[in-house]
Design a binder for this molecule. Structure first.
Ligand code: SF4
Ligand code: SF4
Length: 290
């Protein structure tokens, strides 16, 4: 089983639209994992149904039992994150400040402090209208640990691909180079970088490709909106060549991207005559090179 991850150095490059088009085309061969857990949107196109929902716990928060607390103030003095405050004669934890380090738990002389597992979101395993399975997630607002949730989404997708005997996992990664992207890349066999023809697009492409190179994963690139700035597109081509990143192709600016998302469709469903040949060629090249 091979894992293909689609990422971009920045948001708004068309990464998820490209992922959905490949999912539509190769639906019989893959399980889709939406690893963009901070802003998941593949469900808008794949229309998941029959979802099996599970809570996701990660990290802990301290909690003080006022019935046991003798108000000695030790935890209040020692918490280096200022996450404990006086409250109605004893003390309480300020959830948003608590880093879950557990120091207060170990020093409390009254055993009045517990460390409670944090429910940071949900992950879902769903059927889709394409027939392939989709593993996706919702992180609670303000919740941390998106890297761990990405790792969970990927491991569930792998397990399903094994059971269903699917040769590929297609993962839609997060934009940027942070922890969720690193979690998306761990264990990947092939990376598709999506960029757009702008100076910031090129700069972010370089940053994300440096990260991919550290993982020593073969990569390929699709340049979206390639006609809006031919000079920058030329610079992108030179960079790909120098960095030994395979150039999958250029896509000119197309309204179909916005229209397809608005209608909850893939690009190929939006305009088959235009997009089917393009993505058929991309998918063949990816399979040959993975
Ligand atoms: S260390 Fe324990 S007993 Fe002391 S104030 Fe904190 S919770 Fe209360
Ligand atoms: S777990 Fe750590 S951060 Fe949270 S209240 Fe206790 S000492 Fe402070």
């Amino acid at each position: 089983m091979k894992e293909i991850v689609i990422i971009s150095g920045k948001g708004g490059t068309g990464k998820s639209s490209i992922c959905a088009a490949i999912a539509y085309l190769a639906k019989a061969e893959l399980v889709v994992a939406d690893c963009d857990v901070d802003a998941a949107d593949l469900h808008l196109i794949l229309h998941p149904e029959n979802s099996k929902v599970q809570d996701f716990y990660s990290g802990v928060l301290a909690e003080i039992d006022p019935g046991k607390c003798s108000a000695c103030g030790l935890c209040y003095q020692k918490c280096r994150f200022d996450a404990i405050e006086p409250f109605e004669g004893t003390y309480r934890v300020i959830d948003l400040e608590c880093e879950g380090c557990g120091y207060c738990y170990y020093i409390c002389p009254e055993d009045a402090i517990s460390l409670i597992d944090q429910n940071v979101g949900k992950f879902l395993i769903s059927d889709t209208r394409y027939g392939c399975s989709l593993v996706h997630a919702h992180l609670k607002i303000g919740a941390d640990n998106s890297g761990k949730l990405v790792a969970k989404v990927k491991s569930e997708a792998k397990a399903i691909a094994k059971v269903q005997d699917k040769p590929y996992i297609l993962a839609d990664g997060s934009p940027g180079i942070g922890c969720p992207v690193i979690a998306s890349l761990a264990g990947a066999d092939y990376v598709i970088l999506v960029t757009e023809s702008s100076k910031s697009g090129l700069s972010d492409l370089k940053r994300v490709q440096e990260l991919v190179a550290k993982f020593q994963i073969p990569s390929a690139c699709i340049v979206n909106k390639a006609d809006i700035n031919p000079s920058v597109t030329n610079d992108i081509h030179k960079y790909l060549n120098k960095s030994k990143v395979q150039h999958l192709g250029d896509i000119p600016y197309a309204d179909d991207f916005h229209k397809a998302i608005a209608m909850g469709r893939s690009l190929i469903e939006e305009n088959e005559a235009r997009w089917l040949p393009i993505f058929t060629e991309y998918w063949q090249t990816i399979k040959e090179n993975i």
